[in-house]
Design a protein around this ligand. Structure first.
Ligand SMILES: C[S@@+](CC[C@H](N)C(=O)[O-])C[C@H]1O[C@@H](n2cnc3c(N)ncnc32)[C@H](O)[C@@H]1O
Length: 146
């Protein structure tokens, strides 16, 4: 996802997490239309469990959480613990109660025997706006890591 690899990505995103939190509203305002389009694609329904990888500050996933209702569950995850904390505070500010948070390296996630980050189409997002939203069975959500 970053030319220098996962360790570089972790350090870079950890360093910018405070600024992303301060600029949360401005950043999301500039990308909200795209987020809404992205969220429409998996068409999340009430009661489903959705795993979000590379969540950043979490705003795109929060749009999903609103659609899942009280019986649904969004697992918001990111590589960087500091960014997961930014998302956690964002969900609390919005009063979202159906969101859990995990630290997950998207490159460790496999589905159907294939890393999600190697699925066709994902490469186009690298360096632009990485996001994976996947409607999953409960059993597919990795054990709690954060
Ligand atoms: C541009 S932000 C994400 C924006 C978010 N997807 C959205 O829709 O607004 C990029 C995020 O990808 C995360 N990231 C980078 N490499 C990752 C990896 N290997 N696994 C999980 N997250 C990663 C970074 O920590 C950062 O928070």
């Amino acid at each position: 996802m970053t030319p220098g690899g996962t360790d570089d990505a972790r350090h870079i995103w950890e360093a910018v997490a405070p600024a992303w939190e301060r600029q949360r509203d401005r950043l999301f305002a500039s990308s909200r239309a795209v987020s809404e389009w992205l969220v429409d694609q998996p068409d999340p329904r009430p009661g489903q469990t959705v795993l979000e990888l590379t969540s950043g500050p979490g705003e795109t996933g929060f749009l999903v959480a609103e659609r899942l209702g009280p019986d649904g569950r969004l697992v918001s995850s990111d590589l960087v613990p500091a960014m997961v904390d930014v998302a956690r505070r964002g969900a609390a500010d919005r009063g979202l109660r159906n969101v859990e948070f995990q630290v997950i390296d998207a490159q460790d996630i496999e589905r159907g025997g294939q890393s999600l980050t190697h699925l066709p189409g994902y490469e186009d997002l690298i360096g632009k706006r990485p996001l994976v939203l996947s409607v999953v069975d409960e059993a597919e959500v990795p054990p709690q890591t954060a």
